[in-house]
Design a protein around this ligand. Structure first.
Ligand code: ZN
Length: 179
């Protein structure tokens, strides 16, 4: 297994749209899933990762999720789709691809559906149908955005986004000038 580099905003590759997975049985695909979990567990404060936020060529439509305390509840969703959304919940969100490389904690409130119905496959191609709410629903919506080439900053107003970009630039400059 291997740890994969987590791409950092504004890396243009964060806009990559994931490819649908067809060959679940290929060793290359299984290796990517293993590496994604290893990367997830090696990263501090990580709840989930999407393949498009990692340094992977032609990233597959995969997200790995585990926010259990003991890190022993891995969930891998492949080709996942949200087929129903209801309610609304506005909560702060952060992202492993925004500011993590420079130690900036960027959290902003994002509005998402409160309850979602998900259709997906597990890493072996078995269908999964389930309903999610709370943190899990937020997590899945955030990760599926990644797989569509979007990050949570895209959900914010231009003004808020601009403020965050300025903050990140300032921090980067400080890191460069600090001995
Ligand atoms: Zn993210």
């Amino acid at each position: 297994m291997a740890i994969i580099r987590i791409l950092q905003y504004p890396d243009i590759r964060l806009k990559t749209i994931a490819r649908q997975v067809e060959d679940f049985k290929s060793p290359e695909f299984q290796q990517i899933v293993d590496n994604m979990f290893e990367t997830h567990y090696a990263a501090e404060n990580c709840a989930a990762l999407a393949a498009t936020q990692l340094d992977i060529e032609h990233p597959p439509h995969v997200t790995v999720i585990d926010f259990s305390e003991k890190k022993n509840e891995p969930l891998c969703l492949v080709n996942a789709k949200i087929v129903e959304r209801s309610g609304k919940r506005t909560e702060p969100e952060g992202c492993m691809s925004v500011g993590c490389d420079i130690g900036a904690n960027v959290y902003e409130k994002v509005s998402r559906a409160d309850i979602i119905k998900v259709e997906a496959f597990d890493r072996h191609g078995e269908p999964l149908n389930f309903e999610a709410d709370g943190f899990m629903a937020k997590c899945i919506q955030h990760e599926l955005d990644h797989l569509d080439g979007k990050i949570f900053l895209d959900c914010l107003s231009k003004l808020k986004r601009h403020r965050i970009e300025q903050k990140l630039l300032k921090l980067k400059r400080q890191l460069k000038t600090d001995p």
